[in-house]
Design a protein around this ligand. Structure first.
Ligand SMILES: O=C(CO)COP(=O)(O)O
Length: 249
């Protein structure tokens, strides 16, 4: 069964109500490939605005969620609160939270479990730093990150996961991974899925690429057999995001 192409737009800490309204209105009025699943992720403050404006076929994701159901966790947002806001997706484990906010593999795995248990789908981010790549540790690092999630999730729960491979050295740098680099790691992730989860997960879980994706490089990357889509940062704030969504038409 072919895996549905998936394009996520991670706005990160960018935009205000007016600009985010413009982005969503542009998406709503654009011709989007009906065979591509599109999910956009605004800052938390604008989740309900984005959900209220976006065409129902466009998914909306939070950029984070806490692992506890409720309580004295100042500043955090719970799975229940996202569901209450009609938000069905959440990005978890982004390298900016792993590196800047020091989120551990185990904490990220617990958040992923809590999100899926609560009915959310998860864009699960993994990826190596330049130092780790140069030390030939890329596969070791992404495997470690995935293994932490495998300890928490049931085999069936991987149906609610989209894995985003985002080499840290490609994020926000303009240095996109080559098609060979992306395909190599995506194939290794797919092999990990078969060995660690099961053959169904190996065939069906989408593995998407993130890191300086643009309208100029997306088409070539999309030709790779194990590249099932993209998680787009900077370019998701621009009209060219539509071209990335339509990378396969
Ligand atoms: O971090 C990313 C998406 O989550 C990628 O960001 P850029 O597309 O700006 O490199």
């Amino acid at each position: 069964m072919p895996r549905q192409f998936f394009v996520g737009g991670n706005f990160k800490m960018n935009g205000v109500a007016e600009s985010i309204t413009g982005i969503v209105n542009n998406l709503n009025s654009s011709k989007l490939d009906p065979n591509t699943e599109v999910v956009i992720s605004p800052p938390a403050l604008y989740l309900t605005l984005t959900r209220s404006l976006a065409d129902p076929k466009i998914g909306v994701a939070a950029q984070n969620v806490f692992d506890k159901p409720n309580g004295a966790f100042t500043g955090e947002i719970s799975v229940e609160q996202l569901k209450d806001a009609k938000i069905d997706w959440v990005v978890i484990g982004h390298s900016e939270r792993r590196v800047i906010l020091k989120e551990t593999d185990e904490f990220i795995a617990r958040k992923t479990k809590a999100a899926i248990d609560g009915g959310l789908s998860v864009i699960f981010c993994i990826g190596e730093t330049l130092e780790e790549r140069e030390a030939n540790k890329t596969i070791e690092v992404v495997t470690r990150q995935l293994n932490a999630a495998a300890k928490e999730l049931s085999k069936e729960q991987w149906a609610k996961v989209v894995i985003a491979y985002e080499p840290v050295w490609a994020i926000g740098t303009g240095k996109v991974a080559t098609t060979e680099q992306a395909q190599e790691v995506h194939a290794a992730i797919r092999e990990w899925l078969g060995k660690t989860i099961d053959s169904h997960a190996q065939e069906t879980v989408r593995v998407i690429y993130g890191g300086s994706v643009s309208e100029k490089n997306c088409r070539e990357l999309a030709t790779q057999p194990d590249v099932d889509g993209f998680l787009v940062g900077g370019a998701s704030l621009k009209p060219a995001f539509v071209d990335i969504v339509n990378a396969r038409i």
